[in-house]
Design a protein around this ligand. Structure first.
Ligand code: HDD
Length: 690
């Protein structure tokens, strides 16, 4: 990031940043400390004495350094950046200047998260991912607190504690961590058919993103844009990743959870550090107020999407993340999102899930961050000026001057004064109804869109969904729970239910009460993603003494020029000796890494090198495992022999690219295409022993 890219938020944070280089150690009172390694004792072997204020302060601070983790979305990673609209085309629909002022770069902080796991849980578990964006607009903070799936498990906020209690580890033994594959979640699911659509998403590969940089984000609810005249337009917000939507495969995610539990966090951090700034396009689906009832579902129901074929996405602008935080706790842990943080031009709807959220976020920050002054924490502070009559409370950082902390006042010049028509004005909506605890009939169809999702999947996506249901339900002990889920799935699609039933050994169901409606929405599939970039893709070169060093150099240069990250892996760290006697630097020793941490593998030629790799079980396993997970595999010359040993046959159409010595140029292009394709899910992998 250059100094020109510094945003107003970045400059504001300067005031809170502390550079400790070249400094002397002090207490919190600023008193220099001579010795922090030995407590003050009465004699070298005597007791520590109370005079040691440094000891007491140091240990007391340590004793108090944990705060409650988020009750959901505890595990997360964040980064700063900016949002920039393309043009002013939304200006007739919303007053929100940050969406309609071309060239205006609004600073943002984005936090990505998993939902169920604790703060220290693994990144790659099967779960929804949070995608929360704080826009520090000139008119105050706007928070878009979304997920990477466009629907939710439940329709009413009052069910949220039930759902979360069901998905979290079970209360008696706190097992399992960060996993939905257990009885209580599926018990809730079978009893609450409104979860069915979201469970289809959760069982799909959308729950296993390759990278936060390669997943979509959704505001989920229908919100409202409001223009200068007070006219509203329903809106759904979508983030589309520039690098395409890409997922891992299930076996891989489980292994990564052990090999590198910080996989997604590290990926975000490293891509920003190397200047490959993640980017998303903001798109909106717009529905005029008069079309509120034009759909066969209710716009206020958060378990439903508006199919993109019905209401296309309209591009609005781009989000770029270009700076890592300086301090994880101070920024990523203390950032506080709240759905109610809206700016003029954006408003809520009566979606009962949304309404529940309007209460919960402020409430949870009070316990998590210890009082109502958390908006003063640097990461949470708006860049817009803040003036009001709030006073006191824990951790007050402001020194509000003057004697009057009430409105109206005639002292202190009478301020701050209400904006008098220039402030946030709530959308004018007439509301009239009986107080009633009842779900609207228009929310009643729990299966139609689950079927739409299933129908929209390609063959391999369906296979993965079936395998996920079998895995999850296979872990469930209560048979009636398994049967209940299968009964619900039968209402989604009979074949799906039968396949799942067969996998878990319960009686396949009879005919469903309603047939599959046959409709689909192609935009829901990940089978047709553009394969036009290898930017930031990690490619492992397997090397040993005797490797053809010029092949390695030449290929790594070409692939790096196209944005890939190439690493050489050998049995040990340091260097290996090339066939011509030259040194080849080893990036990583194979025992410290694994194929699951790479997108592709290349085996260069060199007789001695390949012979040594063939003797090394780690190297053979590396290739077969990469193949099994659908990754691009390349081999040159003798390198093909390692593929043979790994039971991987050349198959250019399915990403296994093999060449003799000569034809390196065509080979490079074919390999690049294979890496860009991300995965080849239609390979025969069952016999591969990895
Ligand atoms: Fe929530 C955190 C997203 C429903 C109550 N939620 C939280 C975060 C995300 C979401 C991304 C993490 C924010 C961060 O990074 O700090 N939540 C959603 C979405 C929902 C949703 C997309 C449905 C469309 N949430 C939801 C409901 C409730 C909550 C219905 C309660 C009635 N959510 C919370 C919370 C959390 C939270 C308890 C925990 C930590 C926090 O707020 O700051 O208030």
């Amino acid at each position: 990031m250059t100094s020109d890219d510094r945003t107003a938020k970045d400059r504001q944070l300067d005031a809170a940043r502390v550079d400790k280089r070249d400094s002397v150690l002090t207490t919190d009172q600023g008193i220099p400390v001579d010795d922090t390694d030995n407590s003050l004792k009465a004699g070298e072997r005597g007791p520590t004495i109370m005079d040691d204020f440094h000891f007491r302060e140091k240990v007391t601070h340590f004793d108090h350094e944990r705060i409650p983790e988020r009750v959901v979305h505890a595990r997360g990673s964040g980064a700063y950046g900016y949002f920039e609209p393309y043009d002013d085309s939304l200006a007739t629909l919303t007053k929100a200047r940050f969406l309609t002022t071309p060239g205006l770069r609004t600073p943002v902080f984005v936090r990505f998260s998993t939902v169920a796991g604790s703060r220290g849980s693994a990144d790659t578990v099967r779960d929804v991912r949070g995608f929360a964006t704080k826009f520090y607009t000139e008119e105050g903070n706007y928070d878009l607190v979304g997920n990477n799936m466009p629907v939710f498990f439940i329709q009413d906020g009052v069910k949220f504690p039930d759902f979360v209690h069901a998905v979290k580890p079970e209360p008696d033994n706190e097992i399992p961590q960060a996993s939905s594959a257990h009885d209580t979640l599926w018990d809730f699911v079978q009893l609450q058919p409104e979860t069915t659509h979201m469970m289809m998403w959760l069982m799909s590969d959308r729950a296993l993103p390759r990278s936060f940089r390669m997943m979509q984000g959704f505001g989920v609810h229908t919100f409202r844009l409001v223009n200068e005249e007070g006219v509203g337009t329903f809106v759904k917000f979508h983030w589309t990743p520039k690098l395409g939507k890409r997922s891992l495969v299930w076996d891989e995610t489980q292994k990564i959870a052990g090999k590198d539990p910080d996989f997604n966090r590290r990926d975000l951090w490293e891509s920003i550090e190397m200047g490959a700034y993640p980017e998303w396009e903001l798109g909106v689906q717009l529905v005029p107020e008069e079309d509120e009832f034009a759909f066969d579902f209710d716009l206020l129901d958060a378990t439903k999407i508006i199919p993109e074929e019905r209401v296309p996405l309209r591009p609005v602008g781009r989000l770029v993340l270009n700076r890592n935080p300086d301090n994880f706790f101070a920024e990523t842990e203390q950032v506080a999102f709240h759905l109610a943080n809206v700016v003029p031009g954006i408003d809520f709807t009566n979606d009962p899930l949304l309404q529940g959220r309007l209460f919960s976020y402020l409430d949870t920050q009070l316990i998590r961050l210890g009082g109502p002054n958390f908006p003063q924490i640097p990461v949470n502070r708006p860049i817009a000026a803040v003036h009001n009559y709030h006073r006191d409370a824990y951790h007050q950082m402001r020194i509000d001057k003057g004697e009057a902390a009430y409105h109206p006042n005639s002292l202190d010049g009478g301020g701050p004064t209400p904006a008098d028509g220039a402030g946030y004005q709530h959308y004018q909506e007439k509301v009239d109804g009986w107080k009633i605890k009842k779900r609207s009939e228009s929310f009643a169809d729990h299966y139609g869109q689950a079927t739409l999702f299933w129908n929209s999947m390609s063959d391999w996506e369906r296979e993965h969904i079936v395998a996920a249901f079998r895995f999850e339900l296979g872990k469930v002990k209560a048979r009636h729970v398994q049967e209940g889920v299968v009964r619900n799935l039968n209402e989604v699609d009979h074949d799906l239910a039968v396949l799942v039933a067969e996998g878990i050994g319960v009686e396949p169901p009879g005919a469903p009460s309603r047939p599959n409606h046959g409709r689909s929405s192609p935009a829901l599939s990940m089978d047709h993603e553009p394969a036009d970039t290898i930017a930031t893709r990690k490619i492992a070169f397997l090397v040993a003494d005797g490797v053809d060093a010029s092949q390695v150099r030449c290929l790594m240069t070409e692939l790096t020029l196209r944005g890939a990250v190439c690493e050489t892996l050998a049995a040990h760290g340091g260097v290996v000796r090339g066939a011509g006697g030259e040194d080849v630097m080893v990036t990583r020793a194979m025992p410290t890494t694994a194929s699951v941490l790479y997108d592709a593998v290349m085996v260069p030629g060199g007789r001695e090198s390949v012979r040594a790799l063939a003797e090394d079980g780690d190297a053979v396993h590396f290739v077969s495992e990469a193949y099994k997970h659908g990754k691009a595999v390349g081999a040159i010359g003798e390198g093909a022999e390692l593929l043979d040993l790994a039971r991987v046959a050349p198959d250019a159409a399915r990403g296994v690219i093999v060449t003799g010595e000569a034809d390196t140029e065509g080979f490079l292009e074919a390999f690049v295409r294979a890496v860009a394709a991300h995965r080849f899910p239609r390979r025969a992998t069952r016999p591969v022993p990895a």
